[in-house]
Design a protein around this ligand. Structure first.
Ligand SMILES: NC(=O)c1ccc[n+]([C@@H]2O[C@H](COP(=O)([O-])OP(=O)(O)OC[C@H]3O[C@@H](n4cnc5c(N)ncnc54)[C@H](OP(=O)(O)O)[C@@H]3O)[C@@H](O)[C@H]2O)c1
Length: 276
């Protein structure tokens, strides 16, 4: 079985990808920011290694001898393109045979600066590693899970915008397959969920699935900027505000055909996730 370096392994995506790989018998080097206190997936097949994506410190050591790299940048990070360049260059230097880059659905969408950075990062990766697999996931269903389990689905955009949020574990399963199955080399894969739903509809389904009321509430963007957004670095705040305005205008919708075909089964629905 191969050994895979998972970058951002203490984050939401990295933990899911590490779990998906380890549960298939793949050894994982779980790269974590030096000094991080976030929990990493713990298991006999996973071991943590320090890596600072902003400076590249630890990169060569973390990558030495691995067969594959799953690269992602921290959410809305201004250095995403430089990180992609640094990690892809290191993978080429080390002769890593499989490279997966975790992008986003519709990276070309110019209404969201962090999507455009993803488009540029994809280009940087593709120029260096033609065989790289690029995953373009929709927003995760799990982003909303904690709130609805507590009875509130609150978002700073229209409750009537439409989304095809995807189960993060389905995305992680595809990421794991990209390292252990053939056919993923050079592919760019949209990974959208199986249902197109508004936030209002997701709250209604959650109410039924959880057996307690789940309120859907729109938070004015100004209230988000003055509240949760106020503690963020300026660029992250601006990027997220641009994302919320884009979601307000048109949601984020993709086609589920690719995900269904790669999984060889129906992707998990919102109701199934909440019932699990
Ligand atoms: N969330 C979604 O719905 C979604 C959908 C599609 C695509 N994506 C993409 O998936 C990627 C990951 O998102 P996420 O939600 O999983 O992010 P996340 O939970 O914030 O995880 C990012 C991880 O990166 C680590 N990190 C931060 N700065 C670092 C540094 N300088 N060096 C090394 N590691 C560093 C963080 O460490 P600490 O834990 O120590 O802070 C964290 O564990 C993003 O690029 C995002 O755009 C997300």
């Amino acid at each position: 079985m191969p050994e895979v370096l998972v970058i951002g392994a203490a984050g939401k995506t990295g933990r899911a990808v590490t779990r998906a790989l380890a549960s298939r018998g793949v050894r994982v080097r779980a790269a974590v920011r030096p000094g991080s206190t976030s929990p990493v997936y713990a298991g006999p097949l996973a071991r943590a290694v320090p890596l600072d994506l902003e400076t590249g410190a630890g990169l060569a050591e973390a990558m030495a001898g691995v067969d594959g790299v799953h690269h992602l940048a921290p959410n809305v990070h201004p250095g995403e393109v430089a990180m992609a360049r640094r990690v892809a260059d290191a993978a080429v230097a080390q002769g890593v045979s499989r490279f997966v880059f975790h992008s986003v659905l519709h990276p070309e969408d110019a209404s969201m600066p962090h999507h455009l950075r993803k488009a540029e990062a994809e280009k940087v990766v593709r120029e260096r590693i033609a065989s790289a697999t690029i995953l373009r996931p929709a927003a995760y269903l799990q982003n909303l899970e904690g709130g609805v389990r507590a009875g509130l689905l609150e978002v700073p955009y229209s409750l009537d915008s439409r989304f095809t949020n995807v189960d993060l574990d389905d995305v992680a399963e595809v990421a794991a397959h990209a390292f252990i199955q053939d056919g993923y080399e050079g592919a760019t894969l949209d990974l959208a969920g199986p249902e197109t739903m508004t936030m209002r509809e997701m709250a209604a389904v959650a109410t039924e699935a959880l057996g307690h009321p789940v309120e859907a509430r729109e938070l004015p963007l100004d209230a988000w900027l003055a509240g949760a957004g106020s503690g963020l670095p300026e660029q992250a705040r601006n990027d997220l505000a641009a994302m919320f305005r884009s979601y307000d205008r048109g949601g984020l919708v993709g086609d589920c055909t690719t995900l269904r075909s790669l999984l060889g089964r129906a992707p998990r629905t919102w109701r199934e996730l909440l019932a699990s």
